[in-house]
Design a protein around this ligand. Structure first.
Ligand SMILES: [Mg+2]
Length: 255
C-alpha cells in the first residue's frame, strides 16, 4: 500500500467501521482479452464472504458489467451490487433499483455495430442501458474508435457521457455514476454510518473516488494507466489484482 506522505499521519478509522466497495475487472479479477474471457475466482468469493461477516454485510461490488452478468460470474454468491456504472443497483436486502433505458443510445447502436464488424478484434457490447466498444485485441484501432465515438456523441453530449477506459470506450447517460451508486448504498443499512472505502482501477472509478474523499473515506486506485502516468483522485494505491487480493486476505488490512 502506497500513500502520499501526509496521509500516513492521518488518524485512520478502524477497518471494523468500514463499508467496502469494490470494482471487479482489473481490481478483483485480472483483465482478459475479452470481457467474456474473465474467470471468477472461488478464492475471491470466499474472501469477500469472510469480510462481509466482519462488516455486518457492508460490502458491495460496483462495476460496469450488468448485475445479471456479475451474478453469473460469481454464482452462487449474490452480493449487494451496482452494475452499469451505477445505472442499476441491488441493495443489501435484495431490492432492485434501476434507471430507465435511454432512447438516445439507439442512434449509436448501428454505427458502433458496424465498426465492430468492419475491424477485426473490435467488440461492440450492448449492455442495454449503456454501450461499450472494446479494442484490446485491436490496439491500433483505439484512437480511431475513440474519435468515432466522440464524433457520434458530440451532438448528444448533454445526455450522454463518454468514458475512455483500459482498451474500452463506454457510453452511458449522465444521470448515474459509480459515485452516485456508492452514495445510494451509504444511505442504507448496513452501510449507513460507516466509512466508505472504494478500490478501483480505471477511469470510471474516479467518480467513486471523488465521492469517497468527500465522505472522508479511503479511495484506492489499482495500478497505473496503460501508457501515461495516471491522474487520479485516489490517495492510496495498490499495485495490481494480486496485491488487492493479498490486501483483502490480510483483513483487517492497514492503509
Ligand atoms: Mg475495473
Amino acid at each position: 500500500m502506497q500513500n502520499t506522505p501526509n496521509q500516513s499521519a492521518m488518524s485512520l478509522r478502524p477497518a471494523s467501521d468500514w463499508a467496502l466497495f469494490l470494482d471487479v475487472d482489473g481490481t478483483l479479477l485480472h483483465l482478459q482479452q475479452t470481457p467474456d474471457g474473465v474467470n471468477r475466482s472461488e478464492r475471491v468469493c470466499q474472501i469477500l464472504e469472510g469480510i462481509m461477516q466482519r462488516l455486518a454485510g457492508a460490502v458491495a461490488l460496483v462495476s460496469g458489467r450488468t448485475i445479471q452478468n456479475l451474478d453469473e460470474l460469481f454464482v452462487p454468491h449474490r452480493f449487494p451490487v451496482a452494475g452499469l456504472h451505477g445505472l442499476e443497483r441491488r441493495d443489501a436486502e435484495g431490492n432492485a433499483h434501476s434507471h430507465s433505458e435511454s432512447q438516445v443510445l439507439d442512434t449509436l447502436r448501428p454505427p458502433l455495430r458496424k465498426a465492430a464488424e468492419t475491424h477485426e478484434g473490435v467488440i461492440f457490447e450492448d449492455k442495454s442501458r449503456a454501450l461499450a466498444i472494446h479494442y484490446r485485441q485491436a490496439p491500433d484501432r483505439a484512437s480511431g474508435i475513440q474519435r468515432l465515438v466522440e464524433d457520434l456523441v458530440r451532438p448528444l453530449a448533454h445526455e450522454l457521457h463518454v468514458i475512455h477506459g483500459k482498451m474500452v470506450t463506454e457510453i452511458k447517460p449522465w444521470h448515474a455514476d459509480k459515485g452516485s451508486a456508492i452514495s445510494a448504498f451509504m444511505n442504507e443499512p448496513p452501510f449507513v454510518g460507516r466509512v466508505p472505502v472504494f478500490i478501483g482501477d480505471d477511469t470510471t472509478d474516479e467518480d467513486g473516488f471523488v465521492y469517497v474523499n468527500q465522505m472522508s473515506g479511503y479511495a484506492i486506485r489499482v495500478g497505473g494507466g496503460e501508457g501515461d502516468v495516471v491522474k487520479t483522485a485516489a490517495r492510496y494505491s495498490l499495485e495490481n489484482v494480486d496485491e488487492v487480493i493479498a490486501w483483502l486476505e490480510s483483513w483487517p488490512p492497514s492503509l
